[in-house]
Structures are given as C-alpha cells and as structure tokens.
Write a protein that binds this ligand. Sequence first.
Ligand code: CO8
Length: 225
Amino acid sequence: MTDSIARQQLLYVQDQASDDEIARQAELYGPLTDSVRELIEVALLTEVDDPEVRAALEHIESAKRLLRQRINPGPYGVRWGASGQKRAWGNAAAGLRNAVAPPLIVECDPDGRARVDFHLGSAYEGPAGLTHGGVSALVLDQVLGAAAEAAGAPGMTGTLTLRYRRPTPLGALHAEARIDRVEGVKTIVTGHLSGPDGVCVEAEGVFILPRWARGKDSAAVSDPA
Ligand SMILES: CCCCCCCC(=O)SCCNC(=O)CCNC(=O)[C@H](O)C(C)(C)COP(=O)(O)OP(=O)(O)OC[C@H]1O[C@@H](n2cnc3c(N)ncnc32)[C@H](O)[C@@H]1OP(=O)(O)O
C-alpha cells in the first residue's frame, strides 16, 4: 500500500458520535458555514466605500483568530457515528462544514437514482453571468457518485465524461443521475444538469471501488467516496 493510500484511509473514521451529538454539531456549524458562504458572495459583490471594506476585513480577521484557537489540522475526512450515520462534512460539493460547497443536498433512492435542486450564486461564475464548466463537473461528479453509493455500488470517479450542450446559467438549477449498469467493480452512471431552458450538461461516469477497498467489510473502507 502506498503512503498516500494509507494517509487517505486514516481519514475514514468511525468516531462513534451519537445521533444527538451529530445533530448538535449540525445545528452549531451549519449556520456558521451558511454565513461564510454568504460572506463570500458579499465580499465579491460589495460596493461600499474603502473604510467600510477595511473595517469588514478587521472583523473577519478577528473571527478567524477566534476560530483558530482550537483547530483540526485537516482535512476533515469522512466520519461515521455510532448508528452508521455518515458525515462527509468537508466535501467540496456537499459538505455541511464547507462554505465552498453550493451545497448540494442530494436525495437518493436505493435503486440508484439521485436528484438535487440547488442554487449557484455569483461565486460560481465562469463565462460572464454563467456557471463555470468546472463547477458543473463538480456537481455532476457528486450527483452521479451519490447514485452509485445509494445503490450499494460506491466508488471513486475513474472517468467522468461531460457534454456541455447549452450554457448553464447561475441561479436555480437541477441535477439528476441514475445507475446505467454495474460491471464488476465498475458502476456506470448517467445524468444531467439542467436550468430553466432545459438540459445544459450531460454526463456519464465510471465509478470504481478501488483495489484497496475491495474485499473489506468495514464501512470505513468499502465506501471510499
Ligand atoms: C456520495 C459521494 C459521491 C462522491 C463523488 C465524488 C467522487 C470523487 O470525486 S473521487 C475523486 C476523483 N477520483 C480519483 O481520485 C480516482 C483516482 N484513481 C484511482 O484511485 C484509481 O485509478 C481507480 C480507483 C479509479 C482505479 O484503480 P484500481 O482499483 O487499481 O483499478 P484496477 O484494479 O486497475 O481496475 C479495475 C477496473 O476498472 C477499470 N479502470 C481502471 N481505471 C479506470 C478509469 N480511470 N476509468 C475507467 N475504468 C478504469 C479497469 O480497466 C478494470 O476494469 P475491468 O474490471 O473491466 O478489468
């Protein structure tokens, strides 16, 4: 096993947190994350005068000093509580504690279907007024991966193929995915991202249960995503 795989495995943690404790943490950190996400948007779009910008910066620096007093060296990793509840709270697309995440709150069915309605603000802009193509890829990777996981056939993304059919606006969007087929350790999933005018991006993903996770029965290694 390589050092990087060993390091990755250490970040899959069964921490035995109770459902009540997880709910407490979600209630505490969820609003912090939402506020930081709004801060990103406001910092991008503010047009106040220079002294207000400088004063805001001081407040933000002070908040950072407060939060840094005790800090996980990171990254957050993926954690499972006592009841098996999974927390991928650092996930760049869906993490409850990650202000960079839009966030995606993906609904899944056990037959391998996944869907999400979400909103992309100005922080996700690529071409003027439109969603960045890499952000569309992020969204589709997550939603297709969630479909694979929901059907009990999870994996890491081996190949993600995208076809950008029309520009993706910012604002209210929808993405969905379904498992097409499972071929041994590979799960092939298709899906799309759509806006008010229809499908903007089509996707096909091949999700592969990595060699190091095969044949193990622990949730912490059999669910690498
Ligand atoms: C709910 C959560 C959703 C999360 C969604 C987000 C998921 C992610 O972002 S994952 C991060 C991005 N992906 C990565 O970093 C993956 C990096 N790559 C790897 O770790 C490995 O190359 C990995 C796991 C893809 C395959 O490695 P390994 O397990 O050694 O594969 P290997 O045993 O050689 O091959 C197994 C099968 O997969 C096929 N295969 C291998 N690599 C690929 C690939 N990149 N694309 C397609 N097929 C592949 C092989 O041909 C073989 O097929 P068959 O069984 O038919 O012979």
